[in-house]
Design a protein around this ligand. Sequence first.
Ligand SMILES: [Zn+2]
Length: 400
Amino acid sequence: MTERLYLQDSMLFSCEAVVTACEPRGGAYRIELNRSVFFPNKGGQPCDVGSIGDAVVSCCEEDGERLLHLCDRPLAVGAHVIAAIDKERRFDIMQQHTGEHLLSWCAWTLFGAVNVGFHCALDYATLDLDRPVSHEQVLAIERLANRKAAENGAVTAVEYESEAALKASKITLRKHAEGLTAPIRVVTIEGSDACTCCAPHVRRTGEIGQLKIVSELPYKGGVRLTFLCGMRALMHAQKMQDAVDAIALKFSTARDNAVQAVEKQAADLSEAKKERAAALAALDEYLAKELRDQAETVRKTAVLVARKSGIDGKRLRALAQKTLTDRSLTVLLSDCGETVYYVCSANGIALDMGELCKTVNLLLCGKGGGRGTLAQGSAPAHRGLAESVEQLRRYCAQIV
Ligand SMILES: [Zn+2]
């Protein structure tokens, strides 16, 4: 069995070891050592990666009690090697993991919320609380965790030989994982947390750096908090600052005024949209009158087939309705860049607009439908539109 050195010293990033097994597996090799600094994929966090001798270790995982290093080349059993992990990756994950201990302890101490889930990825980490907490409570958790980190308390691990020995210690645990086999490892943070845990941690809370909760979402009746510690928190702050500065620059204002500037623009935009809608409605009244005058009378029916541009489908429909008289048929088309919208509308005549729309679909290679007195559709723009409009005009004059 491999001696797991990370359990004694989380800051040991390399060690001498002897290869005790080497098994091929899908083009790679599973290497076992007599001792190792590699922490496996376990407890919701990524494993260590690194090297063993000249082999690259891309993954480390457990198989029962075995600790297996997935390597890109075979190593001779009995070979003396140096096993080394990616230091930066390990330290970053330890910062997030120990940060999770502190945040969970703060949520538990302040609001009785219990951590029921943890996941650490290479760019974010989440923890799940068993009950909802308000945004103000999240801020309080974050503040207390940062105060506790600044106290720079020692993070220590003690192994108890049995549940009875742990009970006899009278230590109050925030969390006691079920089904553990002895020895039971308890990780304690000076001045705050204590819980069972098998992962590596930073040595003192000051090494966590800043803790920042960046999102809070309802999750399974509780809340999922996404958080960043150490360099991740700094990089997030830099990114947010750059984003706010970019917005402020667009408004030619100072960073502190960016929110007000955006709010003012949103209000201005809303007002402008209302004004535009009113102006378009007034314009369409004029357009409708102009179009009605263009209609030709065929068998006592006003027939209008006309083409406009820059009018979207919704507005075109309203405009077509406005052109209708007691007995009339209107087909309006509007080319808007890549798309041609069309509306077939009728009043006081026995023609089904759904049927007429099918003919327009065929003519323009478009899609659309409707029934009774109204149908509409759209088609890709094409060069022969003027000709198609003329064909439609002749067709409509025949069918009324
Ligand atoms: Zn832990």
